[in-house]
Design a protein around this ligand. Structure first.
Ligand code: FVH
Length: 291
């Protein structure tokens, strides 16, 4: 028996396998395209001939494939072998997909743990690689020491959907930031300012703005968006027009900027001009009922 099996040897699955091997674990691997296992075999991984053999080789099965459909497809021939094992699925997906996968795995007698990897492959195996887990407490507790080889684990609760919910929400924050950075660099770049010259200013500005986020959390939890407001929504909505106009004048696409403007306008129309930007969270949540 191996200590664990890794199914999926893309960039991330390969990094996960290497981290387990670095800690001295015996690791069985399987990948749809067998060639990707060669380098890992040279480092000591055991290559399974089939996905079913791979599952039967270990009590802990770690899966990291492209999308959930891929996981269903890849694991289908091995479903009977899952009984009594712990399935840790680190594939990116939605909370709904994770809950459905959990039900499927439990039906086949497995403990199911879903995971969200908040790291890129080179970070795996280091403490600053955060991995979110949720689902079977028993499955997580039994294998948490082995999973520690991958990074710092954080268990969020029995609902398998929690890890993907946190994962997706963290990614939403990241893509919001990246979108803003891309717009800023397109604007300055169109005026001939090198990105390397502008970047230090942008980074310190973003760091300064980040300092206000704990207050955002307090306001949102309290549902109070009107106390001690220093930059009200009405003012920001007016200034935001300049972002759109300056981009257009420079011949730059406004596609990243327009959704935020539309939300700000909706906020002002809803009577929130004197409130803080945090009040827009409530409008985003309302959209669910409107859609
Ligand atoms: N890489 C990253 O930066 C991010 C970091 C955060 C977490 N994500 C998620 O991790 C999942 C895997 O990502 P990846 O980077 O390993 O992705 P690829 O290198 O593209 O490897 C994809 C693997 O999936 C296999 N695969 C695809 N389709 C099928 C299929 N129909 N049946 C069986 N396996 C399939 C593929 O196999 P092959 O093409 O080598 O045969 C790879 O093993 C993902 O959810 C990220 O969002 C990574």
């Amino acid at each position: 028996m191996s200590d664990m099996t890794v199914i999926g040897l893309g960039a991330m699955g390969t990094a996960l396998t290497e981290a387990f091997l670095d800690k001295g674990h015996v690791v069985t691997v399987w990948n749809r395209s067998p060639a990707k296992a060669h380098a890992l075999a040279a480092k000591g991984a055991v290559v399974a001939a089939s996905v079913e053999d791979a599952v039967r080789s270990s009590p802990l099965i770690v899966v990291c494939l492209l999308v959930y459909d891929t996981v269903h497809e890849a694991l289908a021939p091995a479903r009977e072998a899952l009984s009594g094992r712990t399935l840790v699925n680190l594939t990116n997906g939605t909370p709904e997909q994770a809950r459905a996968m959990s039900q499927w795995a439990v039906t086949h007698g497995a403990n199911y743990v879903d995971g969200g990897i908040m790291a890129v492959p080179p970070m795996i195996g280091r403490q600053h690689a955060l991995i979110l887990y949720s689902g079977s407490r028993q499955g997580f507790d039994t294998h948490s020491e082995q999973l520690d080889a991958l990074g710092t684990g954080k268990y969020l609760g029995e609902d398998a959907g929690l890890a993907p919910l946190y994962d997706i929400s963290l990614l939403a924050g990241m893509y919001g930031l990246f979108g803003g950075v891309l717009q800023a660099l397109a604007l300055t770049g169109s005026a001939g300012i090198p990105a390397e010259e502008f970047m230090p200013l942008l980074m310190s500005w973003l760091q300064a703005m980040q300092g206000g986020l704990p207050k955002w959390a307090e306001q949102i939890d309290a549902g109070d968006h009107t106390s001690n407001v220093v930059s009200n929504l009405g003012m920001q909505a007016e200034a935001y027009v300049n972002l759109i106009d300056a981009s257009k004048a420079a011949g730059i696409s406004t596609e990243l900027m327009l959704p935020m403007q539309s939300l700000m306008k909706r906020g002002v129309a809803a009577g929130k001009a004197n409130a803080d930007l945090t009040s827009l969270v409530e409008l985003l949540q309302l959209a669910k009922q409107v859609d």
